[in-house]
Design a protein. Sequence first.
Length: 940
Amino acid sequence: MTLKRENINRITFRMRSLSSTTTATIMKITASTIMIIILLFIIGIVKSHKTLPSSMMTYNQRRISSIPYNNFNQMNNYPIKQNFMPNSNQINNNQHQHHSNYDQQRWRPIPPAQQQQQDLFDRKFSKMRSNPFEKYLNNNNQITMKRWPSSPASPITKSPFAWAEQQRQQSSSLYENDNNNRQVVHQQQHDTSSTASDNNYVMNGENNNDNDNYLANSNECALILKRFDTNDQTPPSSYGGLSFKAMMEALRGGSKEFNDEEAQNQICITYDDVNGAVEKAMRIRRYVRPNNIDNLEPPPEQIAETAEVIQEATKILAYRFELSYDEILNALPLIDMSRTIFWPHCPGHVKPINCRMERFRSYTGHCNNLENPSWGAANTAFVRYLPPVYSNGIDGYRKSVMKGRKLPHPRLVTRMVHADFDHPSTDMTILVMSWGQFLDHDLALAMPPRFFIDGHEVEVDCCRLPPGQPPHELCEPDPVYGPMGRKCHDFKRSIAGHRPNCALGPRVHVNILTSPIDANFVYGSTRAAAERLRTFRGGLMRTWNIFDKERMKPLLPAEDKNPDLECINRPRNLFCFIAGDIRVNEQIHLTVLHTLYVRDHNRMAIELGRINPHWDDERIYQETRHIMAATVQHIAFNEWLPIVIGDTMMNRHNLKLVEDGGYYNGYDPRSHTSPSQAFTTSAFRFGHTFIQGKVMRFDNNHKMVGQHSLRNLLRRPYIVYRPGMIDELAMGLVDTPAQNYDSFITKEVSGHLFQEEDDFAGMDLPMLNLLRAREQGVAGYNFYREWCGLKRAESFEDLIPMVGNRTAQLYSELYAHPDDIDLWSGGVSEVPMPDALVGPTFACIIARNFANIRNGDRFWYENPGMPSSFTPGQLQEIKKSSQARIICANGDNITTIQRWALRRPHEIFNPRLRCNEIPDLDLNYWRENPNNGQWMMNVL
């Protein structure tokens, strides 16, 4: 049937009208729906604004008000500058440094352990279903620990590896977040390592250690975090996984401070949360409480076991609460661990102890500072002048500031920047380097881990590292020796240590030595070490009288219990030596210096015993030790330090000794004597640039009689078994020129360090310097320049006045950004100051470290009014001490030497003198009246 045209038009019109009506209706419904959704969204935000889950916060919403970084040691003498935070256009815009290279994602802490390792442990220990520590803890006669109930905020499971199972089942989060259980209560901080003046860390409660009463209520807040919205729209960037902005702010003196009214979210970390994290960490680490952890001299490996638990617990809390870099750095250490289940596991040497003011130092250095007894003690942590720059905020190796870029392989930096070039000094002897190393071995030693199987120590291949040892660059193919089969170098990171009172926070490292200058390289830093070196007769140290027939002075005692320890290619029936420091055999000149100083102790002890026949062995030993420490202090500050940093820095940091035998009134118990990690890993390794590739021997007429390649005398001290060799090597110390201070390093240590006899290469010392600083999270060269008040390099061109054109060009080829440059490499490449051996950055770090040593040492030899103080007459005698006198008095047949042994001889300015013309101490000033105990010569 055919439709008429008007009917068709009518139908079409009606259909169009219906379509328009339908479309309008749909649009109205859609608009209404969108409006409803927007309203609901706004209402939801308003209602939940103050309880926004941390997992939904942006970085800017998670900024916290933090105290300016003051590190755990209260470095109040040198506050970090507060006035430099670069804006975005300060980053150099060359081809390697566009802003687009910075990571725009906010940082999230990594899980506390690797999934692959936990899968392996799960399979191996699948039958373990109960807490492996419960029986041990409950049956311990000395420590009774409570079994903490589980809670929604801190689930405590019976399986040691439940966290790994939970990760497999719940991909969204490893640890539960329950914001409903976060309460606002407070706690008091007992850690002397931080200043808890910031109101954003609200704490309360008293420390009670009577039996179980020290444990806090499980629901009590250990720490309250107040988070803020800064309205700062600048997106954060990446520092190898860290928030670049947060890291930069920490390096530059702390984050912006806010008022409490600005806080938009408060998070309570309860003691139950902390205890749960500790229990999980113990399971993950398969921890068993060490036997000797309660005393003041626990073995370093036992300290490390407990410290790894603290580090793992820090990771667990950081991951669970999504803590920012500021919170990990400044907030977590404020939690009072003395109220947690970890307190019985906290080593005794970092807990509060009672002290008395004594005349002589303790072996471990405890109670030097009566207000902070563990400061500067053996087996305590190094301090930091700048915050750590760990890539994960806790313990990861330092990485590049540029997204997706690695720091250059240390081997490449060594080969390109620190090549071998012979440039002898016209002014300094090699003794400058060797005595500086000797002094360094009085101040610091970071121990690598030791591994045991069935009670026996075993060597571990660094490329097949045990659990807890992260991989590092050296396990990648070696860019230099890789083609010849050398794929790896034996590098293991330093063992972890504790802050005072076992506070949580980023990884710290153990210094197993006492920090003040106390001649511990002669005596040791523990009672056990000291007693092994004593004869207990007449105050004498053990020696080996191997040259009785030749009527020569003795050598150091032989290491016959573990003869291959720290030795290479030991001949049959010959031994290495033992001394107060285990590195006595590291290089031959150290062996010589150790020998001379032990001989000097015995020389003085014999004389003191003759002058004071009523003194027993202990009194003679302690008085001689007291004098020896003062002697080393005087030589360090009178001869060595002025050469290294120059008069300008000596005056700026008040390091000049008091003239005319006067006393120094600068003792300050707020000064921490512990060396900083920048000092030990970088600045105080400046002497490596002075190393000569040849060891030269001279007779007593100063004529060269022989030379050896340095590589053949590293950990091979056997040459001293030949009569007269100590004298010839000692003469070599004062007659051999050092290398100039520059970026060049001899191949004897950059390619043949500790090389085995049947090997084609050894270790690379500059490479190890770089890697040691990276693994300890030491900030780069640019940051320390700025911390010292020097101009930072915004571009590689800016480096030219600092390090020279050649080195600046090489850095631009190696590093992605000037901020990446390693502190040691930049420091030794700096142009020296006019009156110093080193450049301004290293001079600054070294000066500040020695200022702290002098100001913070209660036993400093110039201090008045202490039981340890010397009389004016004694002090005047000590100030006659010199390195030339040490060499002359303790050699066998040395007759002449220049007055200032660290400088090359000069007819006018530094003439050679006969040994009897070198001033010596008159020990009659230590003659004591046996009736009243008073010194009989107490005035000049």
